[in-house]
Design a protein around this ligand. Structure first.
Ligand code: NAG
Ligand code: NAG
Ligand code: NAG
Ligand code: NAG
Length: 361
């Protein structure tokens, strides 16, 4: 009995030690293949109190959400006052990665807390936007433009150095779901080859550092067949189908913000279906990685979740609403209008009911 028990324990730890993977057009997490729900918290790695991090991850895991997407970057071009979290200082006279208490140690705590609760993290390396530095911070430090960032050798060398620092730091963590190249990479008016070549190069680089974890792009899913409205076009330099074919990108991502994109809310179902069929064709899972509206969250977003879940065996693997909201020691977290607060009626609709529907599949 004892040896059987020991054997069983050993097998159990083997199963749980396997990192999340792709299984056809679905994900496998801790030995379970299926459809998963999750959310986004760009700010969790910038919290300064451990107990706030734990509160958020307790709430996320007890809600049945499995995947949490976070910002793994926080770039500055000038050192902030102590007590403000930053991860990387970008400078042409020598960049610096902050591994101190107000640096990557804050991210360390998120990773540890997620490990304990079985929450899996998507860790992102740079922003297209200027929030937390992003590509504009690299442009400030190394020159060029947003469009030339992808081919600027000094910017790319520092970006790769930063990726190596983060990947090597968490390479053995059971909390890593996937590494993500960027948040919403765009290259307006560029040939789609620019992002395609950059993503090919960077995903191969990450694979050379870590052959055990999934890698994804983090794009909005622009540029695909199905319709002719703005998000279906390649005007932002993104070709979803072409990028999906990149060998070292394990799954596709797409977002949906009808208000900022000037399309109707009802376009959501087709937007999801068109990505799902592209993913099915490519034999890779699709992650509906961000979606939000500033009003009527439940009424408008619940049908998107249902459309995504309906395509669960047709290319869709998971969805993550934007963004998680909570009450912390510092008060309510950032309300950007899209926020779904823990314990709210919106949360009952978009989390509790969604998770129940997933579990009864
Ligand atoms: C892949 O999914 C199938 C069921 O769809 C399951 O039988 C198989 O064990 C899964 N493989 C892994 C590696 O999880
Ligand atoms: C990860 O595990 C490998 C192999 O056991 C080990 O060599 C490496 O130092 C570990 N890295 C970290 C950051 O713990
Ligand atoms: C994000 O990318 C687009 C396309 O290149 C660009 O127009 C926009 O300015 C970028 N955002 C920032 C803050 O640079
Ligand atoms: C969070 O705080 C807000 C404002 O103080 C309050 O209305 C809400 O009920 C709180 N939510 C929870 C779950 O405690």
């Amino acid at each position: 009995m004892k040896s059987l028990f020991t054997l069983a324990l050993g097998l159990l730890s083997l199963v749980s030690a396997a990192p999340p993977t792709v299984n056809g057009t679905r994900f496998s997490i801790d030995g379970k293949t299926g459809y998963f729900a999750g959310t986004n918290s760009y700010w969790i790695g910038f919290l300064t109190k451990n107990r706030d991090v734990d509160t958020v991850l307790d709430h996320i895991s007890s809600s049945g959400l499995k995947i949490l997407r976070i910002w793994g970057f926080n770039d500055v071009t000038r050192k902030p006052a102590s007590g403000t979290v930053w991860y990387q200082l970008l400078s042409s006279s020598g960049s610096q990665i902050n591994t101190g208490a107000d640096g990557l140690q804050r991210l360390d705590y998120v990773v540890q807390s997620a490990e304990k609760r079985g929450v899996k993290l998507i860790i992102n390396f740079v922003n297209n936007w200027s929030d937390y530095g992003g590509m504009p911070a690299y442009v400030t430090a190394f020159g060029g433009s947003q469009e030339s960032w992808y081919t600027n050798s000094r910017a790319q060398a520092q970006y790769k150095a930063y990726i190596a620092a983060v990947v090597n730091r968490y390479i053995n963590s059971s909390a890593v779901f996937a590494w993500e190249l960027a948040n919403e990479p765009r290259c307006k008016g560029c040939s789609t080859d620019v992002i395609y070549k950059w993503a090919t190069d960077i995903s191969a680089y990450i694979r050379s550092l870590d052959c055990n974890h999934m890698i994804t792009l983090g794009d909005e899913g622009f540029g695909l067949p199905g319709a002719t409205s703005y998000p279906y076009q390649t005007s932002e330099g993104v070709d979803f189908v072409k990028n999906l074919a990149i060998k070292n990108l394990d799954f596709g991502t797409f977002h949906f913000y009808p208000q900022s994109w000037g399309v109707g809310n009802a376009v959501g179902a087709a937007w999801i279906k068109d990505h799902a069929s592209a993913c099915k064709k490519a034999g890779k899972p699709c992650l509906f990685e961000e979606y939000g509206t500033s009003t009527d969250h439940c009424t408008i977003e619940r049908p998107w979740q249902q459309a995504s879940l309906q395509a669960a065996t047709e290319g869709m693997a998971a969805d993550l609403f934007w963004q998680w909201g909570d009450n912390l020691s510092t008060g309510q977290t950032h309300n950007d209008g899209n926020t779904i607060y823990y314990g709210s009626a919106d949360a009952t609709c978009l989390i509790t009911e969604h998770v129940r529907a997933i579990n009864s599949l």
